[in-house]
Design a protein around this ligand. Structure first.
Ligand code: CMC
Length: 412
């Protein structure tokens, strides 16, 4: 086929491409891939429910451990169940020597690369993970295997904070700080990172962030986890792949990108200019603004905005990050460009500010997102395995057929 015969896709709306084989839902927007009882989002009204509870309720009253239990088991734990669950998480915080070695060898890499590799390494030596994968491949997914799957899922939730903290320590040539069994999930994470008793407001901030990000239906990372899990690979491999998807700036990487942009902007007085630049054709997107599902203010952003305000009230805003974000938000909310497209600040717009002031380097923001979302990833995998079918979509081939093979020395 010559150039003149080349087939083309015509974009008929933002989300549908007309191809010679039929319509393509670009980016799978609004395509349903599974049923779920974990999370529901009303994007028009800006409401998020986790297992039926409003995220505001969980954020105000729960802890990450409680919400993780809720996501995994479908109901809130009673006091004893919560205690036992927390104990199981604490008992699983340590890593295998293989994962520690991987983190050490990737000390100079971005922590998301290290996390992706460490999750895979840990999975290779987790007997429960291997046993579960074997059972699934043999077509067994009954009560015993389901219980084993929850056990593997809990271990992943327990270990990711340790991986992040260990990478941070290796990257700075510091001694590892072993997990402490008397601390909560959030407090222990900060303790392992910095090696000192964490500030209670910082612990609350991490806990809140972990709650807010715990699940969000089927974004790119969760879909990635499901695709890998659907092949009956194994749970750790699915989570490692999800970490890779989360790393991108259009997804979890936006919190890091947002804070970097505030640091670059440097002063709230530049907000108007920055927002205007983002409205120009081909201009840079504003990081932390816009969402595929929310066409209203992201409810998580509202909660974390309030927390960030509280945090800078207590500890100050020396780099003017909060002030810059506030000024950008004001411009965004009053801009016809953003209003027409229904683009609002999302959770990542606000989440990095307090982290930055806690002393968490910005390349660790997205890993903390992973430490939270892991519970959503694994819960969706468990749900999908109830009625597994491998994902295998199609592509519309646009190239030539039956091209004659030309030997290498006869090619121009
Ligand atoms: N700044 C400027 N313009 C934007 C932005 C932005 N942040 N986001 C979307 N637009 C424009 C986009 O250029 C397009 O304009 P037009 O109709 O003129 O072509 C229109 O809005 C629709 O955008 P889209 O890219 O088609 O929307 P999408 O649903 O494919 O993308 C998004 C959603 C979140 C990837 C996008 O809004 C974005 O890139 N935002 C910045 C990155 C970000 O904050 N990501 C974190 C998402 S929330 C956390 C998470 O779930 O991971």
């Amino acid at each position: 086929m010559g150039m003149s015969e080349q087939k083309v896709c015509i974009e008929t709306s933002g989300k549908i491409l007309q191809s010679p084989c039929g319509p393509i839902i670009h980016g799978l927007e609004d395509v349903l891939v599974k049923t779920t009882s974990i999370t529901d989002i009303d994007g028009d009204r800006g409401i998020l429910w986790i297992r039926g509870y409003r995220v505001e309720e969980l954020a105000a009253h729960g802890s990450y451990e409680e919400v993780a239990y809720l996501i995994l088991r479908g109901r809130l734990p009673n006091r004893r169940e919560l205690q036992e669950f927390s104990e199981r998480l604490k008992a699983s915080r340590e890593l295998s020597p293989a994962a520690v070695e991987v983190l050490r060898s990737l000390a100079k890499a971005h922590p998301m690369f290290a996390l992706e590799a460490a999750v895979a390494a840990e999975g290779a030596f987790d007997e429960d993970n291997l046993k579960l994968a074997e059972a699934l491949r043999a077509g067994r997914y009954k009560e015993e295997e389901k219980a084993l799957a929850v056990k593997v899922a809990e271990k992943l939730v327990a270990k990711i904070p340790t991986m992040i903290a260990y990478h941070y320590r290796f990257s700075r040539g510091l001694e590892l700080v072993r997990p402490r069994h008397d601390l909560s999930h959030a407090a222990n994470f900060l303790y392992m990172m910095f090696g000192r008793e964490p500030d209670p407001l910082a612990v609350r901030g991490i806990d809140l962030y972990l709650i807010l990000h715990s699940d969000h239906e089927v974004p790119a990372s969760t879909f990635t986890a499901l695709v890998v899990a659907s092949t009956l690979s194994d749970m750790y491999s699915a989570v490692a792949a999800a970490v890779g998807a989360l790393k991108g700036p259009l997804h979890g990487g936006a919190n890091e990108a947002a804070v970097k942009s505030y640091l670059q902007i440097g002063d709230p007085s530049k907000a108007k200019e920055v927002v205007e630049a983002a409205t120009k054709p081909g201009g840079p997107k504003l990081m932390g603004v816009g969402h595929r599902v929310y066409k209203a203010y992201d409810p998580r952003a509202k909660i974390f905005r309030e927390f960030s305000q509280e945090y800078v009230k207590k500890f100050g805003d020396p780099q003017k990050l909060y002030a810059i974000a506030e000024a950008i938000e004001r411009e965004v909310l009053s801009s016809p460009y953003f209003q027409q497209r229904r683009l609002y600040p999302n959770v990542d717009f606000w989440s990095g500010i307090a982290f930055y002031y806690m002393g968490v380097p910005y390349e660790y923001f997205t890993p903390i997102f992973a430490a939270s979302r892991v519970v959503g990833w694994v819960a969706h995998i468990l749900e999908y395995w109830e009625n597994n079918r491998i994902f295998r979509p199609r592509a519309c081939y646009m190239g030539p057929h039956d091209v004659p093979y030309v030997p290498i020395d006869q090619r121009s």
